[in-house]
Ligand binder design. Structure first.
Ligand SMILES: Cc1cc2nc3c(=O)[nH]c(=O)nc-3n(C[C@H](O)[C@H](O)[C@H](O)COP(=O)(O)OP(=O)(O)OC[C@H]3O[C@@H](n4cnc5c(N)ncnc54)[C@H](O)[C@@H]3O)c2cc1C
Ligand code: SF4
Ligand code: SF4
Length: 375
């Protein structure tokens, strides 16, 4: 087992994470002991535990995280950039299957890659998110590549992804791929790099992490209220957030498009997302977000930007290209710098918020300033 200082037991989670509004709802602390449960979009302590060691705080992305140590263990040092973590390459891709594109959030790159890895047997199960009634998100584990597209599309309330991984990774050995937001991917990275006693075998099951870029997530209650206000009982087919200059969230309903002003959406953002430094899902094999190009949102919404971070991620993307299931187009030369600037913007906002709540400049509750900046 590698050494990780950041393990203080459940008390740390109660006092330094939940009470400070830092809990992301990643659900990494759920399913490994009976004392935390996930309900709708919240993790709750149902029994207080006074042990000073626990897998909960060891894996919590808002526990005391050694980001530098994690980067050293999981990535090649020469790939690490201060703004985006490890980067082997930036690509612009979309699925060549119009049916996947039709169901997907953007270009369907994530669904295409998940289906490919299941088909090829690189993974046996994939953990994905499902939209339930009332904007609650659930996590599912599937093994049928043909079922992947039915779980496409972004769910803007958090899903208990890591709890689902915890559940299935304790069964028979199998290779598991996880589609994760940055906070979920960070929890999985802590598990993989510093498995706690008894978890070494379980963590061999984690075969792939496909990350999603993430600006913020919404409280399911607030989202439900907003949707009711704007769309009444109309069925919601999807949601999206165009580039920031549009200042809106799109709500796609059975009756058409509703544009919600961003200042109204901002009141629905989860408090914990204010303390999140990671826009591009730095602790993944590859991470995927929406595209940006001079062609504008009408075209870009059908494409993805992909940051490759590990050799495994690169091999997967190369395989998808060689099979002709992903289409590639040239990345505008300014895109890497734009992505770096956007990522740095989120890191800076996070550090300001953490300074405010901690009253300290360097020691920022769950991490340190230089670690956020990959120094
Ligand atoms: C909360 C949230 C915030 C985001 N913010 C940004 C942003 O600011 N900028 C940006 O460029 N991109 C953002 N994204 C990513 C973007 O919305 C798309 O997911 C990404 O571009 C991939 O598109 P795709 O067409 O390849 O995905 P698809 O092929 O549609 O696949 C999406 C996959 O993500 C899984 N998924 C959906 N919601 C969740 C969830 N809540 N938790 C875990 N897995 C989930 C689905 O099960 C599916 O497998 C965000 C996503 C989420 C969930
Ligand atoms: S592990 Fe995740 S769900 Fe649990 S306290 Fe930490 S942030 Fe919250
Ligand atoms: S902004 Fe950060 S904390 Fe919030 S859902 Fe996204 S990754 Fe998690």
């Amino acid at each position: 087992m590698n050494e990780d200082k950041g393990n203080q037991g459940q008390a740390w989670i109660r006092n330094q994470v939940m009470a400070q509004g830092l809990c992301t709802g990643c659900a990494a602390c759920v399913g490994l002991c009976p004392y935390q449960k996930f309900y709708r979009d919240q993790t709750a302590v149902i029994h207080e535990c006074d042990r000073t060691w626990g897998r909960c705080s060891a894996y919590c992305p808002r526990g005391q995280v050694d980001l530098g140590g994690l980067r050293t263990i999981l990535f090649e040092p020469r790939d690490i950039t201060p703004e985006l973590g490890a980067v082997k390459g930036l690509y612009m891709t979309r699925s060549t299957d119009p049916e996947i594109r039709d169901r997907a959030q953007h270009g369907g790159t994530v669904s295409t890659l998940v289906a490919l890895t299941l088909k090829e047997g690189f993974i046996h199960k994939a953990v994905l998110a499902e939209r339930k009634n009332n904007q609650v998100s659930e996590s599912v584990a599937i093994s049928d590549p043909d079922a992947v597209a039915s779980f496409a599309g972004s769910k803007f309330s958090v899903a208990p992804t890591v709890a689902k991984f915890n559940e299935i990774s304790q069964g028979e050995p199998s290779k598991i791929g996880v589609v994760a937001t940055p906070c979920q991917a960070l929890a999985l990275a802590r598990m993989r790099a510093y498995p706690q006693p008894g978890d070494e075998e379980r963590m061999k099951n984690l075969a792939l992490v496909i990350g999603l870029f993430c600006g913020w997530a919404l409280s399911f209650r607030e989202l439900r209220r907003l949707i009711k206000e704007k769309a009444g009982a109309d069925r919601i087919q999807g949601m999206d957030i165009p580039p920031s200059q549009h200042k809106i969230m799109e709500l796609h309903t059975e009756k058409g498009l509703i544009e919600i002003p961003m200042e109204e959406v901002q009141t629905c953002i989860r408090e914990s997302c204010r303390y999140c430094y990671d826009l591009t899902c730095e602790f993944s094999d590859l991470s995927v977000g929406s595209a940006r190009s001079p062609e504008g949102w009408a075209v870009d919404r059908g494409w993805n930007q992909v940051l490759v971070r590990t050799d495994k991620g690169q091999a997967l993307l190369d395989l998808a290209r060689s099979r002709g299931i992903l289409e590639f187009k040239a990345v505008p030369p300014e895109n890497l710098d734009r992505l770096k600037a956007a990522s740095l913007g989120k890191k800076n906002t996070c550090m300001i918020q953490l300074e405010e709540v901690s009253g300290r400049k360097e020691d920022l509750i769950y991490t340190r300033r230089e670690a956020i900046l990959c120094q």
